[in-house]
Design a protein around this ligand. Structure first.
Ligand code: F1P
Length: 367
């Protein structure tokens, strides 16, 4: 098991080879998934006590940037598992327009997701939410002892997800595994045993994914990147888009599969890579979209559990996990992160130090 360089603060990369920290964090993330499962298992009783004591009317999931996209992946999972309406909103929307998010007289549970636990919008939104609803806050993050941790009624901290890099990779996927485990516990799916195979599967796939991403980016000559994901995958497609932008300053966008036809596909040309995150329940619709994009000259990379037909996939990664997508969503992430990483280094950029970005957005003077 690789040594996880657990650090004090995100976004403090020392000098050295470009992207050394980002690549190390991508490659070691399966170790952090194991820790995420252990963190949730250790808090199972507290989690069930908070849940059973709440009689909640709905679940609001919130974060910023990557952790907002993580919220988009987590909310439908919580809804599917618990049967309760769950909705993802950016923390700034919850902070500035709360009346547009929660129903009056409701009894919502707020789930905050934040690597640092210090993002001002998320901290202020959680504080205002508690004051307005006297409802508990459940937080998922990587850094204990921060404002958000102290603000929360129950915190699930995956310290092994901590990172030196600014961009979220290992932290994102470890918080996703923690959230998937929370959904399993709240949905009374029983033990987390079957998720225990995720780290080993992630390690098994990593070398092949790394080689495919390196070759695809190095030799593909692509200039535009579109990430398509529907259902549980839309949040992950959105995160892939952000990774490509943050690390490589490339033209990238995320869409629901079928939405891509309604205008954005006008952008597809011979220098376009369309990456499809296939679902379990609508693959025929999704593969038809990819076939159509190939017909427009685009190139396609399919990420799926089993092999996709060659007329829809120029390239593909198959996980062969046998698990439902509700439990294997994290397996999409390493390839998506590696695409951004190799695009950045191919462009002569340093993914450890993304242009214009800091690891945490703290708004001065906002309390
Ligand atoms: C949220 C965030 C990241 C973004 C960048 C700046 O941080 O917006 O999503 O990618 O790193 O901060 P956090 O609340 O998850 O710590």
């Amino acid at each position: 098991m690789s040594e996880l360089d657990v650090t004090g603060e995100p976004g403090q990369p020392e000098n050295g080879p470009a992207g050394q920290h980002t690549l190390a964090e991508i490659l070691t993330q399966p170790d952090a998934w194991q820790a995420a499962l252990q963190t949730v298992e250790a808090s199972r009783e507290k989690l069930l006590k908070l849940w059973q004591g709440g009689k909640f009317s709905e679940i609001i999931v919130t974060g910023c940037g990557s952790t907002y996209y993580l919220s988009l992946a987590v909310a439908p999972l919580l809804q599917a598992r618990t049967g309760l309406r769950a909705r993802a909103v950016p923390a700034s929307e919850l902070l500035l327009f709360p009346e547009l998010v929660t129903l009056k007289g409701g009894n919502p549970l707020l789930v905050t997701i934040s690597r640092s636990g210090r993002t001002t919008e998320t901290v202020l939104a959680a504080r205002a939410f508690k004051a307005a609803h006297q409802c508990p806050v459940l937080s998922i993050g990587c850094y204990p002892g921060t404002e958000l941790d102290l603000e929360s009624d129950l915190s699930l901290m995956v310290e092994e997800g901590q990172e030196v890099s600014v961009v979220q990779t290992r932290s994102f996927s470890s918080m996703l595994v923690a959230a998937q485990a929370v959904a399993a516990v709240l949905g009374e799916a029983g033990s987390l045993e079957n998720m225990g195979g995720l780290p080993g599967t992630g390690r098994r796939l990593m070398a092949g994914e790394q080689e495919l991403a390196r070759q695809l980016i190095g030799e593909g000559g692509f200039e535009r990147f579109y990430f398509l994901g529907s259902g549980l995958q839309y949040g992950l497609a959105s995160e892939a888009n952000l990774k490509m932008k943050e690390m490589s300053l490339s033209v990238a966008e995320a869409f629901h599969f079928m939405e891509f036809r309604h205008g954005p596909m006008s952008m597809v040309n011979e220098k376009t890579l369309v990456v499809g995150l296939l679902s379990d329940t609508a693959p025929s619709y999704e593969l038809d979209v990819l076939r159509q994009m190939r017909g427009l000259g685009g190139h396609t990379l399919v990420l799926s559990d089993t092999a996709a037909p060659g007329d829809a996939a120029d390239f593909q990664v198959n996980f062969n996990s046998g698990w439902p997508v509700s439990e294997r969503g994290v397996l999409f992430l390493p390839t998506l992160q590696l695409l951004g990483y190799y695009r950045a280094v191919t462009n002569g950029l340093n993914p450890d130090r993304p242009h214009n970005l800091t690891a945490v957005v703290v708004l001065d003077g906002k309390k």
